[in-house]
Design a binder for this molecule. Structure first.
Ligand code: SAM
Ligand code: SF4
Length: 327
């Protein structure tokens, strides 16, 4: 499906829950966010239906995220349903890695091998400070298990001024001996409302640190819908990516829609949810009406994150937490 800027929209990201067992301080306050009642979340039959309809409209890639997707008891069932749909070329998961280990065999059976793990520091103490939980070992062990089992792993690290800039090079070094992509993300103001002013460590700053350490860093050609600017260090098995999530320099190749845990559609990360698909589905509409709604949403997708931000009804972005948006 093309939007009005001739972009091919074929990727949907679904936050399957707003609940999380970590409390990363760029994502939510220490006390957490007020969770939606379970009945407000999309149930797995509703998510499967949405995916069927989107598949019929040409969507080829889906990412399940959250909150922490593995907290949801019926998550594996949802993955089984999705794997049985003929339309999706790739099924991806973004996870904090704390609850994933025991599901590795089933993920392999289902052929779901593309996992993004969030890990913002290789220093257990700093990891604890950032996530407000002491789970570094669990996450790092899971990372190694996934790599050993041949999963296609990407590591996500949000880089924050004065917090974990010293982790950039050690994290990038993981791509030296492992065939993993290590991606550094600019902090965005979606943190559940407890901090407004972010002193940004920008994609440029991150790149400068990398270039200083790796003079042979080379930019790779960009891929369809890729938000990261990708780099390769000679001799390294994996790549390094920098994601200008706040600077928003990638919008002209955007290929995605987001569905939040309570069914708000975001046609841009920076809009404030343009339509609630849960209520629409629960009103008894047909699949064809659902498809028409998606066609309309895609047609109206804003040009970029700055345009989307201008049309927000709620003024404060930071009141939203990435845990309900899905990243
Ligand atoms: N809980 C899972 C995890 O942490 O990977 C999935 C959900 S999390 C919201 C998805 C991604 O969003 C993670 O990589 C996380 O680091 C990123 N994220 C969360 N809050 C962010 C923020 N304020 N700015 C930039 N990235 C953020
Ligand atoms: Fe949880 Fe992911 Fe948010 Fe961290 S970034 S609090 S792991 S949802």
């Amino acid at each position: 499906m093309k939007d009005s800027f001739d972009r091919n929209i074929d990727y949907v990201r679904i936050a399957v829950t707003d609940r999380c067992n970590l409390r990363c301080f760029y994502c939510m306050p220490a006390e957490g966010i007020p969770y939606e009642p379970k009945s407000h979340l999309l149930c797995y039959e509703e998510i499967t239906r949405l995916l069927k309809v989107l598949g019929g409209l040409g969507f080829k890639k889906v990412r399940f995220t959250g909150g922490e997707p593995f907290l949801r008891k019926d998550f594996i069932k949802l993955l089984e349903n999705t794997a049985a749909l003929p339309t999706y070329e790739s099924i991806h998961i973004t996870s904090n890695g704390t609850l994933l280990q025991k599901h590795i065999p089933r993920l392999m059976e289902l052929g779901i091998t593309k996992i993004n793990l969030s890990i913002d520091s290789l220093d257990p103490e700093r990891f604890h400070k950032i996530t407000r939980r002491n789970d570094f070992k669990k996450v790092f062990d899971t990372f190694h298990s996934l790599v050993e089992q041949g999963f296609k792993v990407k590591l996500n690290a949000v880089i924050m001024y004065g917090v974990n800039t010293q982790d950039i090079v050690p994290l990038a070094e993981l791509a030296k001996t492992n065939a993993v992509d290590v991606r550094f993300i600019e902090e965005m103001p979606f943190n559940g409302g407890y901090k407004e002013n972010i002193q940004m460590y920008s994609a440029r700053d991150i790149f400068a640190d990398l270039k200083k350490h790796y003079p042979t860093l080379e930019k790779l050609p960009s891929k369809h819908g890729e938000t990261a600017t990708l780099y390769q260090v000679k001799g390294h098995k994996g790549n390094i990516g920098v994601i200008p999530a706040f600077s928003r320099t990638f919008c002209n190749t955007c290929n995605r829609l987001r569905i939040t845990s309570k069914g708000d559609i975001k046609s841009c990360l920076y809009d404030d949810g343009i339509f609630n698909i849960r209520d629409f589905m629960r009103s008894g509409i047909t699949d064809e009406e659902l498809a028409d709604k998606f066609r309309e949403i895609v047609r109206l997708k804003p040009k970029d994150g700055f345009e989307a931000e201008k049309s927000r009804k709620k003024s404060e972005k930071s009141l939203e937490s990435m845990s309900s948006i899905g990243g």
